[in-house]
Ligand binder design. Structure first.
Ligand code: SF4
Length: 441
């Protein structure tokens, strides 16, 4: 692997549709972590062979696929049905790095991480720092493009991953459909810049079922909304065409949730960051979105202590937050990333000032979050259940993405199942979470 470039995985998927779903879940996760797929074993950092052990002929095919991978690459991870009885594989290929049975996604990913670690960078990762568990089958990340055409000064993604490369719409929809067929109830759409989707393909059409679908953010979101799962959109920039997608949210086709990494509000800082779609009308846009879709939840991330950020810029950000009433917020203290152009900017902010600003911003947000959540007391909300306990289950409303937002704790007369969507009456709110009782199934 070249210094700084994404690790490459070569993948062989054998067997039935169930094995294919396993392969897709592993690939989706690896893509989300920044791995790339290689076309050939030769030159890949590691090869994964998802085997089939149903018939002797299938076992032979699996063994020969492992053999080719060993010969052409040598770093091979085996999973799938044949991995459930590893002896035959161990005998034939003692050098295989790891062997696991079907659906043991986490073990496969651990083996990949050991063989070729992901590049961890808080400015690069699309997934939460604690990683994604693959075990819950009720939500899945769906990566729609790679790379980015923007050149934000604090970010090295375009250097590492290159310009935007979108997947054809039909390709994304096929993966989404298979995930839903495998029990996924919520699709989390991710990319570096979701609203730029399809630009590189000139919005080309591809065949999906009986129709053609353009590789356009709006068209893709509409089609994803037809699959019968919750669709949550992450990493959207406030370009004008986002208004149309808010229309889909108002119609209930995709979740009324927008994750927009604003990073700052002060025009000076946004300019120094070279942020896309940064314009002074953003507050007006937010107001008009909320007028069109009153349930809209906004999530965002911000960076404090960016070089050149003055007290006045920071005060501007706090006032802006009060007006924008961002529902959910993550905040980072600026850190230089090797290779980023912002490293050379003058007026770096001292660490203690960054910390003070971080504390002040989080305190302000806590109040805003508490105020917004309080308005939900007395309402009915649909809740997707993530974890079940003896008396109370933990879930999320449409306004909460897994692993990064708040939770809704619900009590219920009958035991709930993970992945079930119930209606709950909200009875209490605290700073970040809601509490209620199930009122309908
Ligand atoms: S939009 Fe900016 S921060 Fe996001 S990946 Fe592109 S260059 Fe990096």
């Amino acid at each position: 692997m070249q210094q700084g470039s994404a690790p490459k995985i070569s993948f062989v998927s054998l067997g039935c549709p169930k094995a294919l779903v396993d392969s897709e879940r592993i690939i989706t996760r690896l893509r989300a972590e920044g791995y790339e797929l290689a076309r050939k074993h030769d030159g890949a950092d590691v090869v994964i062979v998802n085997t089939c052990g149903f018939l002797d002929s299938a076992k032979q095919e699996s063994l020969s696929a492992i053999g080719s991978a060993m010969a052409e690459n040598g770093k091979v991870i085996v999973t799938g049905c044949m991995g459930a009885e590893p002896e035959q594989i161990e005998q034939a290929y003692p050098g295989v790095l790891s062997i696991t049975g079907p659906q043991q996604y986490e073990s496969v990913l651990e083996a990949v991480h050991r063989a070729s670690p992901p590049i961890h960078n808080p400015h690069l990762d699309l997934v939460p720092p604690q990683g994604i568990k693959l075990t819950p089958r009720h939500y899945a990340y769906l990566k729609i493009s790679e790379g980015c055409n923007n050149r934000c000064t604090f970010c090295i993604i375009p250097k590492l991953r290159g310009d935007l490369v979108s997947r054809p719409a039909a390709d994304v929809l096929r993966e989404a459909e298979r995930l839903v067929a495998a029990g996924v109830k919520e699709l989390l759409v991710i990319s570096q810049d979701t609203s730029a989707y399809g630009l590189d393909l000139k919005y080309a059409e591809s065949s999906w079922k009986d129709r053609s679908v353009r590789a356009r953010f709006l068209d893709l979101a509409r089609e994803l909304g037809e699959l019968g799962a919750w669709v949550r959109l992450h990493y959207v920039y406030p370009y004008p065409h986002v208004d149309e997608v808010v229309g889909l949210m108002a119609e209930g086709r995709v979740l009324p949730y927008l994750d927009i990494p604003f990073q700052h509000a002060s025009p000076n800082v946004l300019k120094a960051m070279r942020r896309p779609a940064a314009q002074d009308k953003t507050l007006d846009r937010i107001k008009s979105w909320r007028a069109a879709c009153p349930d809209l939840a906004l999530r965002s991330t911000f960076i404090v202590g960016f070089p050149g950020e003055t007290d006045a810029d920071f005060a501007y950000l706090l006032d802006w937050l009060d007006e924008a009433e961002i529902d959910r917020l993550g905040c980072f203290k600026y850190e230089p990333v090797a290779g980023a152009t912002s490293n050379a900017l003058p007026d770096q902010v001292p660490d203690e000032v960054k910390q003070e600003r971080w504390n002040a911003l989080m305190a302000r947000q806590q109040k805003i979050s508490a105020r917004r959540l309080k308005r939900k007391v007395g309402t009915r909300q649909q809740i997707i259940i993530d974890e079940v306990g003896p008396t109370v289950a933990k879930g999320r409303s449409k306004a909460d993405a897994p692993e990064i937002d708040g939770s809704v704790y619900v009590s219920s007369r009958r035991p709930l199942r993970v992945g079930e969507i119930v209606t709950a009456r909200i009875e209490r709110a605290d700073e970040y979470d809601l509490h209620g009782t199930v009122a309908g199934f």
